[in-house]
Design a protein around this ligand. Structure first.
Ligand code: C2E
Ligand code: MG
Ligand code: MG
Ligand code: MG
Length: 293
């Protein structure tokens, strides 16, 4: 009996199961363990106001350190967490950890805003109310006003389950939490969602910024996105700024906020505080950027 079962499984898996599938199964297994054992931490990447050079907000970015695999990229494990439902406990952990850190920065006099990435799976409950309640009670627990919290969503999330998602997002927006549309331009849904959904800010995807100063058609696309944002009265964040030339190009076009390695890579809580306290580092950004305006 046992032998028969074993062979059946063997026959089922052997021909199809390639290295990638094995890796996927192994990763899922390890991810389950990681959620139980809390093998995660958060880095925070500053988002800079392009007018003043001040750190306007930070984006929380999850990191997973597996004892054997080392650091695993969220690009790799977030999709698995979404498919398996692990994103729900993980998302709750992210929210609580990030708000606890935010409360600490506020207590130290750094009145930052905090942006959290949210997956469709987290928001899409039958009534949409679970996620709303989760956000509300977490804010209360950490004694933080809703306007200090932003959530980042993607276009795909808006397409997946429109009515439920719309309901949840409207309630969240009414609470005072701003909704950022992440990776703008990489999805392929109709632009009508920009007025249909309660979006507050658009984040231009890094892939457009990458060649904005070296490729004419990318430059034109970025201009068009910024003009669209301006006519819809939606502020913009440029993501993935790595060079002075990119900064100057975007600032000249009237882009409001910038995020990228030029200003800062994602930082640990400890290094973020050092970054915020380091007036000279911030002033260098402000002065250099202000002068180049
Ligand atoms: P995202 O939300 O678009 O985050 C921005 C990504 O761009 C981050 O990668 C950040 O480190 C990277 N980045 C920012 N500036 C630069 C730059 O100048 N150069 C380069 N090369 N990269 C830059 P990261 O941390 O690897 O995250 C990748 C994606 O994983 C995120 O893209 C987001 O979709 C997802 N993710 C990360 N953390 C979370 C989370 O807490 N929850 C959820 N649901 N997704 C997350
Ligand atoms: Mg994001
Ligand atoms: Mg993004
Ligand atoms: Mg992105």
């Amino acid at each position: 009996q046992a032998k028969h079962d074993g062979r059946a499984h063997f026959q089922y898996f052997a021909p199809e199961m390639n290295v990638e599938m094995l890796a996927r199964v192994q990763l899922e297994h390890r991810l389950r363990k990681a959620v139980i054992k809390s093998e995660f931490y958060l880095d925070y990447q500053p988002i800079i106001d392009m007018q003043t050079g001040a750190v306007s907000s930070v984006e929380a970015l999850i990191r997973w350190r597996d004892p054997e695999l080392g650091i695993v990229s969220p690009e790799l494990f977030i999709p698995i967490a979404e498919e398996t439902g692990l994103i729900e406990p993980l998302g709750e952990w992210i929210l609580n950890q990030a708000l606890a850190d935010l409360a600490q920065w506020h207590a130290q006099g750094h009145l930052l805003n905090l942006a959290i990435n949210v997956s469709g799976r987290q928001c899409i409950h039958p009534t949409g109310s679970d996620f709303y309640q989760l956000l509300r009670s977490a804010l209360t627990r950490h004694n933080i006003a809703p306007n200090y919290l932003h959530i980042e969503i993607t276009e795909s999330m808006l397409i997946d389950d429109t009515p439920h998602c719309l309901k949840a997002l409207k309630a969240i927006r009414e609470l005072g939490i701003d909704i950022y549309l992440d990776d703008f331009g990489t999805g392929y849904s109709a632009l009508s969602y920009l007025s249909q959904f309660p979006i507050s800010v658009i984040k231009i995807d890094k892939s457009f910024i990458d060649n904005a100063t070296s490729n004419q058609s990318d430059a034109k696309l970025v201009k068009a996105i910024i003009m669209m944002g301006q006519s819809l009265e939606l502020p913009l964040v440029a993501e993935g700024i790595e060079t002075e030339a990119q900064w100057q190009f975007l600032q000249a076009l009237g882009c409001h906020y910038a995020q990228g390695y030029l200003m800062s890579k994602p930082l640990s809580n400890h290094n973020l505080i050092a970054f915020l306290n380091n007036e000279t580092a911030i002033n260098r950004i402000v002065n250099r950027k202000a002068l180049s305006a």
